[in-house]
Ligand binder design. Structure first.
Ligand code: COA
Length: 325
């Protein structure tokens, strides 16, 4: 895929380290081996050192070139506990911190926070909530961003000539207008990472007042918030998907819009439509769905699907490393 060749070019030679908290999963080990062999990044695996090393050797992989951290036997653990307690300011005692940091996702997130690694990829055997919660609590949002959200890059065609961003399909269950505005701004930024010119459509069941409901008002308000705060972003809403995507429908339903009919970034009104929408494009439309890519965090963390394969891990690690640049 052209898209990945471009991302690989961006990350190679940058000495990036990506943490994989699920250091004994065979999909993770296979992908980590390829990332290492392709000299794209240094994989940092979490787990019992002997178990992780045995897992690599059993698969004929030379453990050299991997870093392995064991939360049960780590010199940096006391410092990690101290930093975590300070970060959680009164929400976690030292004893609680010691227990929480034995969890590979908390431990891995702390390696990123402490700049021992540049990003984290997890979720092959953990739920989205368990993967993402440590990042929300520890790494937190970028300045000016209130909400972390999850975007998918939807790709189809021989030369990736059809590339779109769909968000938020993963994190915010029912975003208010401020959160929706945050999702739109972050999605426009994510689009640029993949060389997509962002034209943001704020999706709804209504186009320009054709339908009436509080949900339509929420989408319209979010659009206005982005227009006020970020006049540089090309955004319009509320738009139905056909008005956002099909030029002929746009001419009928939103003739004065510069986004309608040409949208490249699709912001869904809440997680249900977002999650259903990307899966319809994937399963009925034969788009490849890459993600979810978490947007708005101070440092990159990616959440794999538990149904992922080695190739998915490989690709998401490349995307995560690109976000770290
Ligand atoms: C992401 C999610 C796990 C967070 O919920 P949670 O674990 O209950 O989190 P809490 O509400 O306890 O918040 C934990 C911390 O994260 C912060 N937080 C929660 N959601 C956030 C968001 N979207 N952006 C930024 N910070 C957020 C909270 O402010 C809180 O911070 P604090 O502890 O420093 O005060 C939850 O929104 C969720 O389950 N979303 C759906 C995930 C899913 O199933 N996706 C579908 C599969 S792809």
């Amino acid at each position: 895929m052209e898209l990945f060749e471009s991302l690989k070019g961006k990350i190679s030679g940058k000495n990036l380290k990506i943490v994989f908290p699920e250091g004994t999963d065979i999909r993770i080990l296979g992908a980590a081996n390829r990332l290492n062999a392709d000299k794209l990044l240094t994989p940092v695996l979490i787990g019992n050192v002997k178990e992780v090393t045995d897992g690599l050797v059993e698969r004929g992989i030379n453990p050299e070139g991997f870093e392995i951290y064991d939360p049960d036997n780590c010199q940096r653990f006391p410092k990690m506990v101290e930093i975590f307690v300070e970060l959680r300011k009164g929400k976690v005692t030292e004893e609680e911190a010691k227990t929480m940091l034995k969890d590979p996702n908390y431990f891995g997130t702390m390696l990123v926070q402490m700049e021992i690694a540049d990003g984290m990829v997890s979720g092959a055997i953990h739920s989205t909530a368990d993967t993402v919660r440590p990042a929300l609590q520890i790494i937190k949002t970028k300045p000016g961003v209130r909400s972390v959200s999850g975007a998918f890059v939807m790709v189809r065609g021989r030369d990736d000539n059809e590339k779109y961003i769909f968000a938020d399909c993963a994190i915010n269950i029912k975003p208010d207008s401020e959160t929706l505005a945050d999702i739109a701004v972050a999605s426009a930024e994510t689009a640029k990472l993949f060389d997509i010119e962002p034209k943001v459509a704020m999706l709804s069941f209504s186009t320009k007042g054709s339908g009436k409901s509080d949900d339509v008002v929420r989408v319209k308000e979010a659009t206005e918030l982005v227009q006020e705060a970020h006049p540089e972003i090309e955004i319009d809403g509320e738009l139905q998907f056909d008005a956002a995507f099909v030029a002929a429908v746009a001419r009928q339903k939103a003739p004065s819009s510069t986004v309608a009919g040409k949208a490249t970034v699709f912001v869904f009104p809440e997680i249900q439509s977002g999650n259903i929408g990307y899966k319809i494009a994937q399963r009925l439309g034969n788009f490849e769905a890459l993600g979810p890519i978490l947007q708005g965090l101070n440092k990159p963390v990616a959440d794999l699907s538990r149904g992922c394969n080695e190739e998915d891990v490989y690709k998401l690690a490349i995307i995560t490393a690109s976000q770290a640049l």
